[in-house]
Design a protein around this ligand. Structure first.
Ligand SMILES: CC(C)(COP(=O)(O)OP(=O)(O)OC[C@H]1O[C@@H](n2cnc3c(N)ncnc32)[C@H](O)[C@@H]1OP(=O)(O)O)[C@@H](O)C(=O)NCCC(=O)NCCS
Length: 152
C-alpha cells in the first residue's frame, strides 16, 4: 500500500471510490452533485491537497484537506479495506503539510447517527476532541478538533 498526493490521472479511480461511499456524505446524492464534487477534487489535486491510498494502482482511500483553514475536508476508505489503519496513515501523511501551531478541524456526524459511528470513533482514536455543533449541506454535524501545541 502506498500513500501519496493524488495527480490528475487519479481522478477516475478517486471518483469510483467516492461513488462507493457516497451514502456516507450528505451533498453527494445526485449526478450533478457528483460532477461538481469531481471538479472540487481536481481543484484540491491542483493545490496538492488531495491524498490517496493505493493498493496495486487501485485507490482504496481518499483524503482532502485545506492548508488555508488547517482543515480535514473529506476522508473515506473503501469498505473492503477498513480497519487496516489506512485512514490513520493518510491523516499522518497530511500532518506534514499543515501548520503545526494551529488546531486541525474536521466536521462529521453528530452522536447517535449510525453513519457516524466509525468516523467519530476514528477521530477520537486520533486524539480529536468534540467541538461545536454546526450544519453542513442542511445536515446537523459536529466539529472535531485536534488541539496542537507549538513545540518551539
Ligand atoms: C472513518 C473511516 C475513514 C476510517 O477508516 P479506516 O481506514 O477503517 O480507519 P483506521 O483503520 O485507520 O482506524 C484507526 C482506529 O480508529 C478506530 N476506528 C476506526 N473505525 C472504527 C469503527 N468502525 N468502530 C470503532 N472504532 C473505529 C479504531 O480505534 C481503529 O484502530 P483499530 O482498528 O486498531 O482498533 C472509514 O470507516 C470510512 O471511510 N467510513 C465512511 C466514510 C466516513 O465516515 N468518513 C468520515 C466522514 S467525516
Amino acid at each position: 500500500m502506498e500513500i501519496l498526493l493524488a495527480k490528475n490521472q487519479d481522478i477516475d479511480g478517486w471518483m469510483n471510490l467516492v461513488c462507493k461511499v457516497k451514502e456516507n456524505f450528505p451533498g453527494l446524492e445526485t449526478a450533478d452533485a457528483l460532477k461538481e464534487h469531481r471538479n472540487t477534487v481536481l481543484g484540491f489535486i491542483h493545490k496538492e491537497s488531495a491524498i490517496c491510498a493505493k493498493i496495486e494502482d487501485k485507490i482504496v482511500g481518499a483524503l482532502l484537506f485545506s492548508k488555508d483553514n488547517n482543515m480535514l475536508c473529506f476522508l473515506a476508505v473503501d469498505a473492503e479495506y477498513r480497519r487496516q489503519h489506512i485512514a490513520e496513515k493518510m491523516v499522518s501523511y497530511m500532518l506534514k503539510f499543515l501548520d503545526p501551531e494551529r488546531d486541525i478541524i474536521v466536521t462529521t456526524y453528530r452522536e447517535g447517527v449510525q453513519e457516524g459511528i466509525a468516523a467519530r470513533a476514528f477521530y477520537k482514536h486520533l486524539g480529536f476532541v468534540e467541538g461545536k455543533l454546526t450544519e453542513e449541506f442542511g445536515s446537523p454535524v459536529q466539529e472535531f478538533v485536534l488541539i496542537r501545541h507549538s513545540t518551539n
